[in-house]
Design a protein. Structure first.
Length: 274
């Protein structure tokens, strides 16, 4: 079973929730002086995410994170420039969020900080999606392990919706609610990773039981939705390893279940069944 990391950090120099944070800018639609203005922001964002202690309990997850900003333009009011963008957040495997309605003011010399009370549009956006991905990762370590962090994301989104830069924040409130209440996916994620660890540790019977729980979770998802986007992303990332595990365990009925539950990866399960 995945180990739950409960120790606090022993140094203020290492935080551990995220590492290898890669930030990419597509700023071709900005004016030259605006491109120069936002250039330092790439390193600032990576440093902000890697150096912030997002959670005290899960202190050593080392989640990789890829962020891509696609700038659409800017507007100037007085000395302040507000940027419009679309932004992709991904852990590189099974979590991927694409936001089409990003708006934030920025000027060189500004600092990024995480504060639930003093809302800042850009820091709030980064904190929202960072916590959303962290919560999804915590769900793989213990059942519903990310609940507390999903609540943090919802609180950030609610403050954003009530701010002067409210563009997109109502949708983010809905996203945080949807992710936190998708209990079938959250159960399935935990059971999948637990089953894979049990299989690696030489406990095939226990692994079969957990794969059964995973399928129950997926059934719960599709009782609510005909096709759920984030569940599809999760299955797309893990279908091949899942099919190999079920084949190794001789679970033909489970492979048939997955053919119905995950038709996008039908060929993978068919090949394992054959």
């Amino acid at each position: 079973m995945k180990q739950i990391f409960t120790s606090f950090l022993f140094t203020c120099l290492v935080y551990g929730q995220f590492e290898n944070v890669k930030v990419v800018f597509d700023n071709r639609l900005l004016k030259v002086h605006e491109q120069q203005n936002v250039f330092p922001l790439q390193q600032d964002i990576a440093r902000f995410i890697e150096s912030t202690r997002w959670d005290e309990e899960y202190s050593d997850l080392k989640i990789p994170l890829h962020i891509q900003f696609i700038f659409e333009g800017s507007a100037q009011k007085g000395a302040q420039v507000t940027y419009l963008a679309q932004v992709l957040f991904s852990n590189g495997t099974d979590q991927r969020f694409f936001d089409k309605s990003v708006q934030f003011p920025y000027g060189q010399g500004g600092s990024l900080y995480f504060d639930l009370v003093l809302f800042d549009p850009l820091s709030g956006l980064l904190a929202f999606y960072t916590n959303l991905i962290l919560a999804g990762e915590m769900d793989t370590y213990e059942p519903m392990g990310g609940t507390r962090i999903y609540e943090v994301s919802k609180e950030i989104a609610l403050r954003g919706a009530a701010s002067l830069y409210s563009r997109g924040w109502s949708e983010r409130v809905n996203l945080a609610n949807d992710m936190s209440t998708n209990f079938g996916l959250r159960k399935a994620k935990f059971s999948y990773f637990y089953a894979m660890d049990l299989l690696k540790n030489g406990e095939p019977d226990a692994a079969v039981r957990e794969f059964g729980n995973m399928i129950k979770g997926l059934d719960e998802v599709y009782d609510r939705f005909s096709k759920e986007h984030y569940t599809s992303k999760f299955l797309q990332a893990h279908s091949r390893d899942l099919a190999n595990a079920l084949q190794l365990l001789g679970q033909k009925n489970m492979l048939k279940d997955m053919m119905e539950l995950d038709p996008d990866n039908l060929e993978i399960y068919e090949a394992a069944l054959d």
